[in-house]
Write a protein that binds this ligand. Structure first.
Ligand SMILES: [Zn+2]
Length: 397
């Protein structure tokens, strides 16, 4: 009997803190795609402001390069740079095998586990016995590494329905109930592209998103779970005003050359044989206006792109506001630029039992969000990540 007691005592003392620290709390991670860092400073978002007043915020959330949707959403949930998590662009091919990855509802590649390296937040949660439910998030629809509950992407699903799914899941019997919930909204990105980041339409959209946030808080209160819920609002990137006169016709510059290309405006990376690449580099260098061209080894270190097998021998980056001519309609806003540019920064706001009240930090990096969220859930992040809890732990109580 005494032995049993001792065994129980030893178990209690030595069960990893991460597991013991799991409690009844919930974590809701919300992404407002393309919400630029300053959109929430426009006095249009009273519900965000309530969370800030009673919680924490960063002045801006710095994305990883390229400041595009899939690379950044997957960084937010893995703590890895794209060269390490694999999703380096929204669209790319393996230059050696010719296999390709692209985003899109009908793209089979979004389901293939092989493209997604690292460990996502919902897999870390699963390893600690925490269930997850996701209303759309890049990487959540894979064949094997998917969360417990998820939906097939539907760009037009109304906000209310997105909340309905979340409330449905959070109301399940305790044994089936997810404690980690992710919610995605594309509206600010759609309208930022079409109308520009400083347009009245974007302001209306931000207000609509804020109203939905208020609805979510109200519905969580109705379930009686609000006080146990940590809400974290992020965005994957911001939005830069583009100018129709700042269009660069790279294809024309490189006509006659043979190459493979990854990425899309404002970043393209080229793969070809050595001779061809040398000639292409000279042409691009001689026409370097509104963009920069780098040989792979010259790519600036802070972009973390040199190690990716999907980066070709040349990288061409448009400068802010410039864009490469494409078959798609011209847009008034774009992103993808160097993360050091403030206008591609997003938002970070958090509120709930794990967070301080009325605390603000400057710019934080989105590689640090994954270890922060693990800490909020009381679970141990996977090893070998690029992010660090130390840089953001001041947000926590
Ligand atoms: Zn995006």
């Amino acid at each position: 009997m005494q032995r049993l007691f001792l065994a129980a005592l030893v178990f209690c003392l030595f069960v990893p803190r991460a597991i013991r620290a799991q409690n009844d709390d919930y974590l809701v991670l919300i992404s407002w795609d393309g919400c630029r860092w300053d959109y929430i400073n426009r006095n249009l978002t009273p519900n965000v402001q309530k969370l800030i007043d009673d919680g924490v915020r960063a002045e801006s959330l710095q994305p990883v390069f390229p400041s595009k949707t899939f690379p950044n959403h997957y960084t937010l949930v893995t703590g890895l740079y794209p060269e390490n998590h694999g999703i380096v662009f929204n669209k790319f091919q393996d230059f050696i095998t010719g296999e390709s990855y692209r985003i899109g509802k009908d793209a089979p590649s979004i389901h293939r586990d092989k493209w997604y390296k690292g460990e996502s937040l919902w897999i870390t949660a699963q390893k600690h016995g925490i269930k997850s439910g996701i209303v759309f998030w890049p990487g959540s629809e894979t064949f094997k590494k998917h969360p417990d509950y998820f939906l097939t992407y539907d760009h037009t699903m109304p906000h209310k329905e997105r909340l309905d799914r979340l409330i449905e899941w959070i109301s399940l019997p305790p044994a089936e109930r997810p404690h980690l919930l992710l919610l995605y909204f594309p509206d600010a990105d759609d309208d930022g592209h079409e109308f520009g980041p400083d347009s009245e339409k974007v302001n209306e959209t931000i207000q609509k998103l804020d109203t939905t946030l208020g609805d979510l808080v109200g519905r969580l209160k109705e379930t009686g779970l609000y006080k146990k819920t940590n809400i974290v609002l992020v965005s994957d990137h911001g939005m830069v005003n583009t100018d129709i006169d700042k269009r660069i016709n790279i294809r024309e510059m490189l006509s006659g050359f043979h190459f493979k290309v990854n990425g899309d405006s404002p970043n393209l990376t080229f793969f070809s044989d050595k001779n061809e690449i040398e000639k292409m580099y000279k042409v691009l260098k001689n026409n370097e206006n509104g963009f920069n061209v780098y040989q792979k080894k010259q790519i600036p270190a802070h972009l973390h792109m040199r190690e990716s097998p999907f980066t070709g021998q040349l990288l061409v980056m448009a400068k802010p506001g410039y864009y490469f001519k494409s078959p798609w309609p011209e847009s008034k806003g774009s992103h993808g630029f160097d993360p050091e540019i403030r206008d591609v920064h997003g938002v970070f706001v958090a509120h709930g039992p794990a967070f301080k009240k009325g605390f603000t930090m400057g710019t934080i990096e989105n590689i640090d969000v994954y270890p922060l969220l693990c800490s909020v859930m009381g679970i141990t992040p996977t090893k070998n990540i690029d992010g660090s809890l130390n840089r953001v732990k001041a947000f926590l109580k």
